[in-house]
Design a protein. Sequence first.
Length: 199
Amino acid sequence: MKMSKFEKKFVNSKKQAEKNIKLVERLFNQIDLSNVKKVLEIGCGIGVITSYLAGKYRWEIIGIDLDPEQIARAKKDNNENEYLKFFEADATNLSFEDNEFDVVLSFDVLHHIPDWDKALSEIVRVLKPTGFYLLNDLTLPKFTARIFKYLFNKYMGVYTVIDIENNLKMNRIRIIYKEKPKINILMRHFSIVSKKNTT
């Protein structure tokens, strides 16, 4: 599901960018970054996090998004170079090799993907053994999720935090850190740092 113009205005705002960069750094405090060389951001939008990481850490960073307008703007606003690349791509069918990335990030993107579980399987596939997956997204309380699954499952990712945790465990991803969801009546914002298990 592509975002509306209103959603794009919100997620592409300077305030949201600053918030996401702080969140990335906070989640990075939970992992060992010493062996990181290659990172993938799923749903990179206009490339704010992707370009920030490439500039600060000098890792090879690839940002992908399904929306060609977002990728066009990411390329326009950021100079691609040996550390930074942007591609239009579908998270449920990644064109990357198995075990290619040390870290995969997805921030506020899974709820836009009806086949979110397929996207998670692809993320696990492209993660190196012992690679890290950092997830921040919206979810629904259990009761609301049941209703939304019935009404909107074909149009958006509908899941609970427990659904995400169970899917990660099924895909042999170990949760090493999670932040308690910030709860309101309809939605919960949550963050998880996880690590691929090779055993």
